[in-house]
Design a protein around this ligand. Structure first.
Ligand code: FAD
Length: 504
């Protein structure tokens, strides 16, 4: 078998799929290697009894519609996929268990600002000013890219003043500067759970990227769950002559004498390529490499970065319809305390968790007369008790699940327990095993302090400077989430294709 390719992509998560689809479409001989027997990474699917569960996707941002497509729509559409999009028209419902509020935030800038204003009167224009920063940030980042990472200082100061004001600050610093009252900040900042970093620490640009697009476009999801997108991208790769190998875990990265990447080893076979794109986090790649060839600065950077948060999840198949259950919302955030930092610090106790009911967006997503619930609790890999014996693990995770289900019954005033037909519980241990990520992080590196969008963009050329090796996915520049992984996969796939074809 010919073991030489133009491009080898390691990992068929969202980033790897988008990258491989691009290189295959550009006519390059592409090989995509995936350790599991199916594509998608987080964007996959599993069955229990008569239920098929969505394992990860709550909602996708930056999609838009056919009439008004946003970035993710364009990326997937231009690759030739046809996704059946469904939309959640409210942003979310948030219940504060201390009785501070139970409210629904609406999509659309006007309705969103009004719904925050209804809860905290007088803050509407301040919230609007916050959202209005997003296009300005986009313009500044586009300019930085156009200047190949070397923007002119004066232009930045004069033309991209708001970007300069926001870039180094946390969400809460920017909101406070704009006069948004703390109570309104807390309501909007409920969304920290989707980025895994409390808003007194999270850089404002990351948050704005996500929140603005959810507000403008509403949240989207494919009719046949995230797996629809994964399968559609595999189709693009295969139709364009690319090869996808499952059950093919890469165990080694190979390097030439000059330090450039030469290929990889999977299932004991050496496979060579002009370039390798890794959907696998740099720490794992370096552990699979002869570390004497990795520039010291790259190793130091990987060691200096913190891993992002993980989650515990509960997937429930219920033997009653959603009407019988009595839940009308798709996304409900339930919290003990309004402040994101307190929610983070009291996680696993009285922090923040999310309950999704897909039937409220896609009524027939489970068999007739049934419905599904999907609980998500942001927790860290380190929250799994260190002294937990393997034989006690199930007991620990089931107790955790019971606690959250009972809590949700009270908060939502519904009865869940008697209706459970199927249950599956995942923890950071599950995600570490399935995705292979350190500490089971689902979000790559923590978006905090110095490791923010600005620093990552500025350091793009030098941070991981191994010739022929590129990274893409949730661990890369834009940070976590489906949209970021697709966008980075698309960007890197196009860049590598251009380089190999002699255009760069
Ligand atoms: C429970 C949960 C809920 C989430 N909710 C949302 C949400 O609502 N919205 C949102 O935008 N994001 C959400 N996310 C985050 C989002 O799913 C991820 O950020 C994104 O999918 C990451 O994509 P990725 O391309 O980085 O790759 P990953 O999904 O991490 O995939 C990497 C792939 O590489 C493969 N691999 C690893 N090592 C090797 C190896 N050595 N050889 C070969 N293959 C290998 C893995 O099997 C996997 O298929 C959620 C994640 C989880 C787990």
């Amino acid at each position: 078998m010919d073991n030489r390719y133009d491009v080898i992509v390691v990992g068929a998560g969202n980033g790897g799929l988008a990258a491989a689809a691009n290189t295959a479409k550009a006519g390059l001989k592409t090989l995509l290697l995936e350790k599991h027997n199916l594509p998608g990474g987080c964007a996959t699917s599993f069955r229990r009894g008569r239920f098929e569960f969505e394992p990860s996707l709550h909602e996708l941002c930056s999609v838009g519609t056919a009439e008004k497509p946003n970035t993710v729509y364009k990326v997937l559409d231009e690759l030739g996929t046809k996704i059946n999009w469904e939309y959640e028209h409210d942003i979310f419902r948030v219940i504060n268990k201390a009785g501070n509020y139970d409210l629904v935030l609406k999509a659309g800038i006007e309705d969103f600002c009004q719904s925050v204003d209804d809860a905290v009167p007088g803050c509407k224009e301040n919230v609007r000013a916050f959202l209005a920063l997003k296009p300005k940030i986009d313009a500044a980042i586009a300019y930085i890219y156009a200047m190949k990472g070397k923007p002119k200082g004066l232009t930045m100061l004069l033309k991209h003043t708001d970007f300069m004001r926001v870039a180094g600050h946390t969400v809460e610093q920017v909101m406070t500067a704009l006069g948004i009252p703390k109570a309104a900040q807390d309501i909007i900042n409920t969304y920290w759970g989707y980025l895994g970093v409390p808003t007194d620490e999270l850089n404002a640009m990351h948050f704005l990227n996500m929140v603005h697009d959810y507000v403008v476009d509403g949240a989207a999801m494919p009719r046949h769950r995230s797996h629809e997108m994964s399968l559609a991208l595999v189709d693009v790769i295969v139709k364009n002559g690319g090869e996808v190998r499952y059950n093919s875990e890469v165990t080694k990265f190979l390097y030439n004498e000059d330090g450039s990447v030469a290929g990889v080893v999977a299932n004991g076979e050496e496979l060579y390529s002009k370039e390798v794109i890794s959907n696998v986090i740099p720490n794992n790649v370096f552990n699979m490499s002869d570390q004497s060839v990795i520039p010291e600065q790259n190793l130091k950077l990987a060691n200096a970065r913190d891993f992002g948060i993980s989650v515990a999840t509960i997937y429930l198949g219920l033997d009653c319809s959603v009407e019988e259950l009595g839940l009308k919302d798709y996304t409900v955030f339930i919290q003990g305390h309004p402040d994101p930092r307190v929610q983070n610090d009291t996680r696993l106790d009285d922090g923040l968790y999310i309950v999704n009911c897909l039937n409220n967006v896609i009524p027939d997503s489970s068999p007739e007369g049934t419905c599904t619930l999907f609980f998500t609790m942001p927790i860290y890999g380190g929250d799994v008790p260190k002294d937990l014996k393997p034989e006690d693990y199930k007991k620990w995770k089931n107790a955790l699940a019971k606690k959250y289900i009972e809590d949700a019954e009270k908060a939502l005033n519904i009865s869940i327990m008697p209706h459970i037909e199927e249950i599956s519980v995942a923890t950071p241990v599950t995600f570490a095993r399935y995705l292979g990520t350190p500490e089971g992080t689902i979000y790559g590196y923590r978006l905090s302090g110095w490791d923010n969008l600005m620093a990552r963009t500025a350091g793009e050329k030098t941070d991981y400077a191994i010739p022929g090796l590129s990274f893409c996915g949730g661990h890369y520049i834009r940070g976590d989430g489906y949209s970021c992984a697709y966008i980075m996969g698309d960007t890197i796939g196009k860049r590598v294709a251009k380089r190999i074809k002699g255009g760069a």
